[in-house]
Ligand binder design. Structure first.
Ligand code: IPD
Ligand code: CA
Ligand code: CA
Length: 263
């Protein structure tokens, strides 16, 4: 199996899913998972399109996807991780910050990543060891040195039980950076760190939110990590708890501010 074929398939499927969700946006039927998390028929249809497309070419590969296979175990040799629409709330409100995220992992490590925004026609992609690209042009993260000049993105979960901690973190970061953005798509937040539109990002998310974008960010020179040291047995590339992703000089400054906040 060649990674170039995996990348070609991921790019094709992301475009097809993008066309599908763009068509469905004018007649959306919206529902709420667990009463709070917005989901549309387009999320499920895009998940189906991508999942079937992968299994047609690679019937023995395992797929972890937000809508159809969210409980799939992640220790498979060949694992695809899909968010069919990242930024569903934006999508349902006609905001353009929406992405289709597709990652291919081999033995627990990200090898191929595609994050496609059909509304801005921007495709981010990366292969391990081969750099990251936006619409086929190489990208690098920003080289800012001062946190006080840095633009930092974050997000908030649908279930608000950790809100006091999240507010303490927000206050601490806002006190030290230039400004904060809550744009509404974790995958794009991370890709925007990769291309220098943002200097850093922190949040707790699910594997499908960051699996592709973290490879794109690392291949663009950004640092990927977590607020606290992870236990040895945890695979950092599949752990979305307390993520921090930032350009190299900003990363330790942002991580240190977040570490000082009481848990
Ligand atoms: C959400 C977005 C958002 C993040 C949430 C995610 P969804 O994904 O990435 O930016 O703050 O935690 O759940 O629901 O739009 O796929
Ligand atoms: Ca998501
Ligand atoms: Ca989603």
């Amino acid at each position: 199996m060649h990674e170039t074929n995996v990348l070609t398939l991921a790019l094709q499927l992301s475009k097809k899913a993008g066309d599908l969700i763009a068509k469905q946006r004018s007649s959306l039927s919206v529902s709420f998972k667990a009463g709070v998390e917005l989901v549309t028929q387009a999320d499920v249809a895009a998940d189906k399109l991508i999942t079937e497309g992968i299994l047609k070419s690679y019937p023995d590969h395992v797929i972890l996807s937000e809508e159809l296979n969210p409980d799939q175990l992640t220790d498979a040799e060949h694992l695809w991780i899909i968010d069919p629409i990242d930024g569903t709330v934006n999508f349902a409100h006609q905001h353009p910050q929406v992405a289709i995220s597709i990652a291919y992992y081999h033995k627990g490590k990200a090898r191929v990543a595609v994050v496609y925004n059909p509304f801005l026609d921007e495709t981010f992609h990366a292969r391990a060891g081969r750099g990251a690209r936006l619409n086929d042009l190489p990208i690098r993260c920003a080289d800012k040195t001062e946190l006080s000049r840095a633009l930092i993105a974050t997000g908030f979960p649908y279930v608000r039980e950790d809100l006091p901690l999240l507010m303490r973190r927000l206050e601490a970061v806002l006190n030290h950076c230039a400004d904060i953005r809550r744009i509404g798509s974790a995958a794009l937040d991370i890709c925007w760190v990769a291309c220098g539109r943002l200097d850093g990002y922190y949040e707790s998310v699910q594997p499908w939110d960051f699996a592709a974008a973290q490879l794109i960010a690392r291949e663009a020179g950004a640092v990927f990590g977590h607020i606290d040291q992870l236990d040895q047995e945890i695979n950092p590339e599949l752990c979305g708890d307390n993520l921090v992703i930032a350009s190299p000089k900003i990363f330790p400054l942002l991580q240190s501010i977040l570490r000082q906040v009481d848990h």
